[in-house]
Design a protein around this ligand. Sequence first.
Ligand SMILES: Cc1ncc(COP(=O)(O)O)c(C=O)c1O
Length: 462
Amino acid sequence: MKYDHNIPYKIYLDENELPQNWYNVRADMKVKPAPLLNPGTGNPMTAEELSGVFCDELVQQELDNDTREIPIPQEIRDFYKMYRPSPLVRAYCLEEKLQTPAKIYYKFEGNNTSGSHKLNSAIAQAYYAKAQGLKGVTTETGAGQWGTALSMACSYLGLDCQVYMVKCSYEQKPFRREVMRTYGANVTPSPSDTTAVGRKILAEHPGTTGSLGCAISEAVEAATSQEGYRYVLGSVLNQVLLHQSVIGQETKTAMDKYGIVPDIIIGCAGGGSNLGGLISPFMGQMLRGEQSYRFIAVEPASCPSFTRGKFMYDFCDTGMVCPLAKMYTLGSGFIPSPNHAGGLRYHGMSSILSQLYHDGYMEAVSVEQTAVFRAAEEFARVEGILPAPESSHAIKVAMDEALKCKETGEEKTILFGLTGTGYFDMYAYEAFHDGRMTDYIPTDEDLQAGFAGIPQFPGNEF
Ligand SMILES: Cc1ncc(COP(=O)(O)O)c(C=O)c1O
């Protein structure tokens, strides 16, 4: 191994170096992300309207485009100390294996029981629900990581937790479901007959394996129809990217300590929360004209919101009960193939990242599933960590970039987000090993069917 004795294998920060504040990248964006719209009136959602669905403090964070730093309450910082700061790892063994002159680093967020970065926002959202005196929260989960993280946070704070889990994940990942139940959550496969919107979706699409968009509709209905409940979401929203900024801030502190400056920063993109969190302080520098980086979002070819979607106002959910968000979207009715990276099967994308991508600050690529698992396996064999399928999308592109450096001889520094572990994804690994994994790429006609459901109004036409 070409070990550089000046740079540790793992850079660990001291717990006192945990960020004191979340960093709000919107404060540095010249073109702000477009506001959420009320689908009934076409006007921007007010705090009052949003507070029927979300906790009050989270509504303030959602709407705040201007405050650069938002203090992290002490109780949340104390909880973070149970598993943060997370390590920044130099992938010496992967570099050796690829024989690349590139230096590869990854920020590893899988070092907590829930197994991913989702806990960073789960604890924050549960904290504000508790502080408001609520009884509980409802949510959706795709792959199960977000639901697991929220269940952990709710059991820590003594809140009820109701999770609508996308049906194909519910069936593919029974153990993930049982972890949530162990933490006391109530888990329902979605679409279900427990909500009006679930029954409607089931009637229109009998036998559907569900999607995040369906599960969101059900969870919102469950929250608004029960006294003392609010809905919480694990990605996409501005507030979630804000909470996830701890990832990027820790990374930057660790890199600054050793004088490391990344050339390329890569993350997988489902709804955009880990990528948004990882890049935010670096993006802030770029927006302020202090430094330049290449940012790459990686998405599955089966659900290509950035690379083949439309930048338009669309519903965040399939049942069309949520506000409209301006984002790269495949249409809220688009139901992606049951790709194993369940956390990346969302039709839309964070409005913040969508605006940054639209304004040319970010690139995006889509990758096929079997190539992703090939990269995941190669990574696991040399680096030891068994990566989540979602995270492996970032691994694949980091490896591709490192191999480009091998061709050109450039010694670039590549940073990627390793968002979680894949111990609950062994059916997917099994399908890959047995040669049963397929690469479904939607045709233009498939996408057209999804686009047809995007609402059209003045200023929001194709
Ligand atoms: C391990 C992991 N990585 C990434 C994602 C993608 O979500 P986001 O784009 O919000 O980071 C998920 C979502 O469930 C996930 O579980």
